[in-house]
Design a binder for this molecule. Structure first.
Ligand SMILES: Cc1cc2nc3c(=O)[nH]c(=O)nc-3n(C[C@H](O)[C@H](O)[C@H](O)COP(=O)(O)O)c2cc1C
Length: 318
């Protein structure tokens, strides 16, 4: 086993592959991650290795980042001393018992609930460090486990992690429970002037309203009409939606103009301009190509990303 793991580690390192290998009572369990080409070379060797049989692939999927990035092959042999020391199970911290409740809020995408939950931990007197170490980080790991076992999707994982990240920043940088609860911004959700398709804009309306934002809608027929509405309502952010069904390549130039005029209409308040539509979802256009701050590939997660951009641009503590 030692020799197998040692050799495997050397080879994995040379192939840019990371992962872990568990051995217990005659059974192996392994996770491997890395460039697809390296994995297929490796898989061929492992598959032909006569030191094991009855091999079953439990799951094969694309991951956004390597979970075992620091390990050529983290291996653990239950019958002996671990090859690499694996953390001993620590006695439970008082906050850790709250992980399942936080996990539920994360899986429901309830960012306000998460903030309130973390605020109440701060109110109970837990320090920011304790909240991060014993509540937020274990919840992130639980979320990773849920994804590995297919109990949540990759989108749930990504959004959940960014919500936790924001909650983590909030306790570090704005430790008063009050400030955690008072994060409300306003957004104007507009269809691009003349655009009859409003699916994206109406999906966003639900998401932003549920997240506690102040939402104004606009269906302008010209840049000037949009500018007038912006000048009177002064939102923190503006989202301009092109069609979610049809690529509107020829509209990009006009959209750039709309973004520019919108900023001009409310220079002191409008902090973030976001754009959306099929062109952006297909990655055929970017935020930069129309002078916006953000392009949404999907509606989900927009509340978090736009709030984060407002904070960054205003250099507010998170
Ligand atoms: C359960 C198990 C897991 C293995 N994992 C790896 C691994 O992660 N990386 C690796 O290079 N070899 C691993 N090996 C060893 C390979 O099967 C193979 O012996 C080694 O890569 C040498 O390949 P070659 O004989 O094609 O040169 C593993 C073997 C077993 C039985």
């Amino acid at each position: 086993m030692r020799e197998l793991a040692w050799k495997a580690r050397q080879r994995n390192r040379s192939l840019g592959v990371t992962g872990m290998l568990l051995y217990d009572k005659g059974r192996f369990f392994q996770t491997l991650e890395g460039p697809p080409k390296s994995l297929s070379v490796l898989w061929q060797s492992i598959n032909e290795d006569r030191r094991h049989s009855h091999i079953e692939i439990l799951s094969e999927h694309i991951v956004p980042a390597q979970l075992f990035g620091g390990w050529d092959l983290l291996s653990y042999h239950a019958d002996e001393e671990p090859f690499h020391k694996v953390d001993k199970i620590k006695p439970q911290h008082g906050l850790t018992s709250q992980v399942p409740a936080l996990m539920e809020l994360v899986l429901n995408g309830d960012d306000l609930g998460i903030n309130a939950f973390v605020a109440s931990a701060a109110e109970q007197g837990w320090s920011g460090d304790a909240i991060i170490t014993h509540l937020i980080e274990p919840t992130a790991r639980a979320l990773g486990d849920a994804w590995l076992s297919d109990d949540c999707s990759e989108v749930d994982l990504t959004i959940g992690l960014s919500m936790l990240q924001l909650a983590g920043h909030a306790v570090r940088h704005a430790p008063t429970p009050q400030s955690l609860r008072q994060r409300r911004y306003s957004i104007m959700l507009a269809t691009a002037p003349g655009e009859p398709h409003a699916l994206g804009t109406s999906l966003l309306a639900d998401l932003f309203t549920d997240a506690g934002w102040h939402v104004d809608m606009a269906f302008p027929d010209s840049d000037q009409a949009l500018a007038n509405q912006l000048a009177s309502q002064k939102p923190d952010a503006l989202d301009i939606g092109l069609s979610d069904a049809l690529p509107r390549q020829q509209k990009l130039k006009l959209l750039r103009q709309t973004v520019e005029r919108s900023r001009f209409a409310s220079p002191d308040h409008l902090t973030v301009v976001s754009v959306g539509g099929r062109l952006f979802a297909d990655a055929a256009a970017t935020a930069e190509s129309v002078g916006a701050d953000h392009a949404r590939k999907t509606a989900s997660g927009s509340t978090i990303r736009i709030a984060e951009l407002i904070r960054q641009k205003r250099q507010l503590p998170r």
